[in-house]
Design a protein around this ligand. Sequence first.
Ligand code: ATP
Ligand code: MG
Length: 253
Amino acid sequence: MSAVNIEGVSKSFSGLPVVDDFTLNIAEGEFVSILGPSGCGKSTVLNIVAGFTRPTSGTVRVAGREISGPGPDRGICFQQAALFPWLTLIDNVTFGPRARRDFTAQHRERAERLIEEFGLADFARHLPSQLSGGMQQRAAIARVLMNDPAVLLMDEPFSALDAQTRLRMQRFLMRVQAEFGSTILFITHDVDEAVYVSDRVIVMSARPGRVVDELVIGSPKPRTPDFLLSERFLTHKARAFTALESAFADHQL
Ligand SMILES: Nc1ncnc2c1ncn2[C@@H]1O[C@H](COP(=O)(O)OP(=O)(O)OP(=O)(O)O)[C@@H](O)[C@H]1O
Ligand SMILES: [Mg+2]
């Protein structure tokens, strides 16, 4: 059984087709990126899996269950960490169980362990405004991991970060995948990022978004920045660019 099963999903907004017959299965523990030009429907696919948007046709199953709305089985991270600005880091991380009125000593221990592992221990009682962008994103990831999600849905989570922090966060996310066995659906329009972090990269065409290619990145993980200079990396990168070119074939730009 796939962790995530997106089957023949299409979506139109007021008659405008945005996503066209999109099918994708993600195995448990797999890291899959969707790469595609701006406006091709990447966020729409993610929002459908998140349960924020209903598909016009097709189905989505997470851990075998057809989804009909948002739920804590899907942990969502956006470009902005979206922490509650008035809550300390630890209160943000423990927000899920506290909101469900199910907050136990185990939850607190788990949160403290995550904060420690994520290198945030000295900042547990700081407010989000006192944290760097990378720290805020790590806190947002810790917050969703508290819910033991079946899948992490990440929509360009590192796009707002500077290049150095972004590289560190990419490695960090590969470590999270390895350590927690997380299944990850990751959206990006950055070819290097997609090839660096993913087990598999799905390339989408311009709107209406269709799957135009699929790259299996077999290199062992977690990867180090050396991988970014390797021949294998460049081979994948070249193929991704070719697929993106074909994705634009119908457009004049
Ligand atoms: N709620 C909505 N109502 C109407 N149109 C929408 C809605 N959400 C998205 N769209 C349209 O669907 C298309 C795809 O949008 P989407 O946000 O999925 O693209 P994207 O691939 O994530 O782009 P980007 O890389 O810029 O984030 C766009 O033309 C957008 O205007
Ligand atoms: Mg988007």
